[in-house]
Design a protein around this ligand. Sequence first.
Ligand code: HEC
Ligand code: HEC
Length: 360
Amino acid sequence: MHHHQLFTFIALLALVGCQSKKDANPQPAFRFAPPAHFGTRFVIPADNPITEAGFELGRMLFYDKQLSIDQSVSCASCHQQSKAFADGRPFSRGVAGANTKRNSMSIVNLLWVTRFNWDGKANTIEEQALLALQSPTEMGISLSEAAQRLQNDSRYPAKFRAAFGTETITPDLIGKALAQFERMLISSNSRFDKIIKGEVRATAREQAAIDLFMTHPVPQINLRGGNCGDCHGSNLTTLNTFHNTGLDLIPKDLGLALITGRLSDQGRFRAPSLRNITLTAPYMHDGRFNTLEEVLDHYNDHIQPTANLDPLIIEASNEVNGKTLGLTPQEKQELLFFLNMLTDTDFINDPRFSNPFERR
Ligand code: HEC
Ligand code: HEC
């Protein structure tokens, strides 16, 4: 039942039949209703509306190892549903056993993200997918080879026709189909979501944990806070902003600066969604922390005084003139308790997101 709650498609039945005559795209559009508590600040590109056939095609492509040059990996090798579409490794194994330079990201709630990857390199999901195909540490395939392979596979041309009205398979359409599948990967049914949606009432302990996570500390008035909401705020648990969180005195990976070329962006990375964070270890762009306890120890005790350290971290302490965040062991436990409220078992068990080549 609940997967239908996540987002409802109402096929515009009235359009079936009459639309296919004049429209190159024979698929009726879905009415796609993303969960209201994530807000309406998202864009579905006008030239890539989500259809059932496009979503199903994208799902096949996501799980198809043909799309890597040596047929050894699919997108799903590094983005596994059981791990909320991350892969459990500090760095991922791509084609020819090559390791990625960064930790695989959970693919979740991308509809509300505007710059993709840890450094914001891609501006659209479509573009990101084509980068993954070509990356020598991911799938290592040229876009023309990818299109050719699918064209020669008897299962695909008809699927592209159903989704896009043509049997001519192009890189553009491969990116579009993958993006349709990825846009649907919405996780909105964790305990935290149910509380926000008003479906359940927070216990006192849960409410205290939410408040601690979201509050910026003001020790002068004895307002204690975990300060996490400054960057992982809102119902999405991310403001989608870029920050240097003081992991290293001298960042080994320049992050956002690789894209902007700006010195002040060195060591800045996107603050990701924390949905299903208990399932996506290890943590950070380089997978350096194995546990959430280690992540909290970092924020509380080991912030490095690096050149671009984010002001939201410098200014945050629970002690007047404090140099560290100054959380008590009990407060760390409360934050962990909050992070555990973000696991959404519907999301990782949703059959629509599973491998279509395996029967369930
Ligand atoms: C070998 C492992 C590997 C494979 C294969 C792979 N990815 Fe990834 N993916 C990663 C890594 C690592 C990152 C982080 C990249 C970075 O920040 O530079 C990532 C990031 C992403 C993101 C960004 C999420 C966000 O919140 O910004 C998306 C989306 C994504 N991958 C989709 C895909 C798709 C679609 C495919 C298949 C076409 C794919 N990936 C194949 C490892 C992989
Ligand atoms: C100044 C902004 C900022 C604040 C404050 C902040 N974070 Fe983060 N958080 C980030 C950024 C940016 C990243 C990615 C950092 C990286 O990989 O280099 C991140 C990463 C994480 C990750 C790992 C995510 C993953 O997928 O690997 C966790 C968990 C996390 N933060 C939890 C917290 C908690 C809990 C707090 C409060 C104690 C907090 N954060 C406070 C910006 C922030």
